[in-house]
Ligand binder design. Structure first.
Ligand code: DQQ
Length: 580
């Protein structure tokens, strides 16, 4: 049984156990380690901490919450354990920024104080109401351990940082209805306003309901309100899908049919499609579909261009979960934040005194094929670029690896475009290879192919005892080429036990007519975030090298395919630390 399946079974068991005993310890879907929950490590370990990804100075972090742009300031809240490096004691930590890269930490904005959230302040979203009034909706776990939806508003709208948040006494706004599973009812979305003036939100859930698809269906319940205070459940969920289990952190937003500009969450019309994302508790990955929102019926119907379930499109084919997007009205773009948890044991997280990072915020838009999204790190990240090195028109023959020298390879931003002189030698694609991660496990970076594997060896030790290869391999199918992209952690660390080292991978739907394939990797000590073909396929790996650390890390371009490939251009930068 592979790790993800094993993990799913454990999670399923936890969920079942939660359902039968509502009075048990509050569990969410996170693993519980009572012994570590309130254990503050004396020292925070520097090794493997990131330089430019968002992470608090110590302790546990999970979901990004309620990102928003308000009066020129970006606000980011996140699920945070102030007392330890595993999940527990969760509060809404709060940071502010003018560029989403450098951050100033403020006091926690929301923490358990009231009967409607005394057992937990869990994930939620922000909506900016008319009159420029931000409001947060979040899940509270109440005195009976029911998940209820609450709101919080700024105590002082003229404070540019909105430091203090008030939870009015008319909370909770939404409680689980008759027949609903009160321990599977959470993570309200940003609200959107219909032409009828009513606000709408979604709440993630699972189970058998009117309009849901069977006992194990995932559900996005829809609620409507005229005044943002009195909410009424719609008869039918906005969407539901069979056999997908609990839908955590749903996200629902419009995307333009033309170009990269983002759209306000309330926009509807002809020149757009809608995207529905759910975080599947059973697999711990974020899946999305592109489809149509029918505002009169208040139903969402995914297009038939991808699967609406476990085999569907993912924002990221690596370690990435509980993401949330928001419309950045300052720059007319939609931004996506995600959480990349550790791949180490809880004992090790506890020892190092911290766990979890957020991925670099990404701009997100609809691909011109209208079947998938494209993601790209926000432009502001480039302000951290320092020393640059370049390679151009350099051939990489079978078995060669070329060192990219002169930058800090443990903290770098690398963009490379490969030119493939010929696709004639591409290996035949076997249609039974439906799972990219399994295929990458079978055909790793050292397994010779016709076209590829070629790409980057990130976080490599000098003699390649350790390396995290990020690479492509091209196959020939009857009427097209199939491109596989891998970020393979199996060789990332000499450490033998405890680490989760998957061969993360995704297929890349790209036209190879111009013979080019591009790759960008953001390398930051224990994370490699990669963007294939301009952001059509993204993979985040968490890795823990023993040798390839700090100045002992190296970066190489490599090719283990029989056909020579050419580095048309490679630009790599040392990355400075972000101010956090
Ligand atoms: N994390 C939160 C929940 C959410 C889960 C609790 C997803 O609200 O469903 O920390 O990671």
């Amino acid at each position: 049984m592979d790790f993800s399946k094993f993990f799913s079974v454990i999670l399923l068991a936890c969920c079942l156990c939660m359902t039968c005993n509502n009075n048990a310890v509050v569990k969410a879907s996170h693993r519980i380690y009572p012994e570590f929950q309130s254990f503050q490590a004396k020292k925070v370990m520097k090794l493997h901490r990131t330089g430019f990804h968002f992470q608090p100075p110590r302790n546990w972090i999970n979901d990004p919450n309620a990102p928003m742009f308000f009066n020129g300031i970006y606000h980011l809240f996140y699920q945070y354990n102030p007392k330890g490096a595993v999940w527990g004691n969760i509060v809404w930590a709060h940071s502010v920024s003018t560029d989403m890269i450098n951050w100033e930490a403020l006091d926690p904005a929301i923490y358990p104080t009231k009967p409607f959230d005394i057992n937990g302040c869990w994930s939620g979203s922000a909506t900016i109401l008319p009159g420029n009034k931000p409001v947060i909706l979040y899940t509270g776990v109440d005195t009976q351990n029911r998940q209820v939806q609450n709101y919080a508003i700024p105590a002082n709208y003229s404070d540019p940082y909105l430091r203090e948040w008030v939870k009015p006494d008319n909370n909770p706004l939404v409680v689980p209805g008759v027949g609903m599973n009160a321990t599977a009812f959470r993570d309200p979305t940003t609200a959107w306003q219909g032409k009828d003036g009513q606000w709408r939100i979604l709440v993630g859930s699972k189970g058998m309901h009117v309009g849901s698809k069977g006992k194990h269906a995932g559900i996005a319940f829809l609620y409507r309100s005229k005044d943002f205070v009195n909410w009424v459940q719609a008869r039918y969920p906005l969407h539901s899908s069979a056999h997908t289990g609990m839908w955590e952190c749903p996200d629902f937003f419009p995307v333009s049919l033309n170009g990269k500009a983002g759209l306000d969450t309330s926009l509807v019309g002809k020149n757009m499609k809608h995207v529905m994302k759910v975080s599947l508790d059973l697999t711990r990955y974020d899946y999305y579909t592109v489809g149509t929102y029918f505002p009169r019926k208040d139903r969402y119907v995914p297009d038939n261009t991808s699967d609406d379930g476990w085999n569907g499109l993912r924002y990221d084919y690596g370690n990435y979960y509980a993401s949330k997007s928001f419309f950045d009205a300052g720059k007319d773009r939609r931004i996506l934040w995600g959480w990349a948890n550790e791949s180490d044991t809880a004992q090790n997280d506890n020892d190092k005194g911290w766990a979890g990072i957020l991925t670099i915020p990404r701009m997100v838009w609809l691909d011109s094929n209208r079947k998938q999204l494209v993601q790209w790190p926000i432009k502001e990240l480039e302000t951290l670029r320092g020393k640059k090195v370049q390679i151009s028109n350099q051939q990489v023959r079978k078995g060669e690896h070329i060192e990219v020298k002169g930058i800090t390879a443990a903290q770098a931003d690398v963009e490379v475009t490969f030119l493939l002189p010929s696709l004639d030698n591409a290996e035949k694609f076997d249609p039974s290879w439906v799972n990219a991660q399994d295929l990458c496990g079978l055909k790793g970076s050292k397994v010779e192919g016709g076209v590829g594997p070629f790409g980057l060896l990130t976080l490599s030790s000098k003699h390649l005892e350790e390396y995290t290869p990020v690479f492509f391999r091209v196959f020939k199918a009857p009427n097209k080429h199939v491109v596989l992209m891998c970020s393979d952690a199996r060789s990332s660390s000499l450490r033998k036990s405890g680490l989760y080292k998957p061969s993360f991978a995704g297929f890349v739907d790209v036209d190879l007519a111009d013979g080019k394939l591009s790759l960008r990797s953001l390398i930051d000590h224990s994370v490699v975030g990669s963007f294939g073909a301009g952001g059509k396929t993204c993979i985040t790996s968490r890795v823990y090298p023993k040798l390839a650390v700090f100045n002992n890390a190296h970066l190489y371009a490599f090719n283990n395919g029989t056909g020579t490939v050419t580095i048309e251009s490679l630009n790599a930068w040392s990355m400075k630390n972000a101010q956090l």
